[in-house]
Design a protein around this ligand. Sequence first.
Ligand SMILES: [Zn+2]
Length: 495
Amino acid sequence: MAESQHYVFESVLLGHLPDDARKAFWKHVSGLEPWKHHPVINQGSWERLVGIHIHDDGCEFYKEDEYFVWSWSSIFATAGSIKDVLMFRFPIAVIPERWMRTASVRDEVHKKIAELTAWSMEYAGRGTWPQTGFEGEEFHPKTTRFKRKGSELAKGWRACLFAFKADLKARHQMHKLKRWYKCNEFCDRCLALQGDNCPSELDYRNVGPSAAWNLTTITDETYRVLDRGSLSPWAQVPGFHFLTISHDWLHHVYLGTARDLCASGILVLIQHGRFTAEAQGASDMEEILASVHASMRKTCTEHGLYLPAKPCLTSANLGFNDGFAELGTRYKASHVKLIVWWLARETQQFADQNPQEPVLNVLATCCYSLQRVIELMDTSGFIFSVAEASEACESLKTHLKTYMWLAWYSYSRCLLLFKVRCKTHYNFHVADDIKATRLNPAMFQNFDEESFLGKLKHIGIRCHGATCVQRMFMRYLLCLAMFVREFSKKANHME
Ligand SMILES: [Zn+2]
């Protein structure tokens, strides 16, 4: 049993990484801007230090009844052999939105959760039991907390805040960001503007030589000046730095810009004759799209990848009939990732056959460079090598600039393709972050977090809405206990 507990600890908190690898990670991180003044990381003794990702997001448990979920996991957990997210990500709090109907209540709740987490992180960073409770209350002499107060918490192990993860809406709610995607000043990382009347120098769609938004980077110092009086409630967590509020590749790319790229790219291929009605044995656009979908699935299967039969490519699913081309919301991030991979192959082959067609060649470069970044993210560890970081940054910028060219090309021909959105701009900051930190953006993408919310919802919907919060935690703890027990049985059986 002790052996299997040790194994769970090694996987869930350390990702089975050896001491040297974790020390090298902390050594690299301690030299980076967001963490170089971190009070816990800079205390040394990196062998027994665990970094924490804090995530929050809303999740609709019942129809029109959303719950806000705060949770945490070790930054190393994804490298471990335990892949069930319910075993390596842990809830901090779950609160129904209907309990936070007014802005002041919501602000107060977020503040309180941040204060509680800050208090916990303070002692996790010290590695000792607290002297008093969260509210400063004395412990009762008969409790374990009284006996342990001030003593070592977990055999010298310490934990510290590493980064915050969230999608754009939750990121705004969590950190009370003044500049977010619904405002004209929509970027918290620079002074770029959106809207029809903004000066062209600060217009985020301007990536030419006259662009000035890229000279207005907001640092931790400028954030603390610009937003003084309304800093993030999480600023009190030891190690908070403005740049620890990370960007999420999953929502920015797979559920964001890549959906525009895939739908627009497929239409450009069809318009240029890659898939004709005669060749596909089709009589109309819907049949052409169905045959493209079949060929896409076949190519995926040949490479050992699975793309489901549904949602099928249709005009409606690609947004051809209404506004800009865009994959519908039924497409999951994993589907979009496969379609990007397929599109990069198709566009490259077709561009090779049509070297005289600029739009096909730019599209091929746009897709290839994005696919290359994804490959680097999937095949590298937490830290990119210098060459990998340089390639990932340059590839992402090439992707973004070629995408902007395709957007301009389409716009000037009145084609509703290659929509440019805020997320396109945020990806420029992701590219700059890769170069500045060499950290793999895969560390900050919210795949596991989304899956965690799905599993929590699965537990929650089995309970009655009125008592859901309490019952869900009881059921969650039962689930966790069963997982650990099953795991221990298996581990003991294998010994
Ligand atoms: Zn910006």
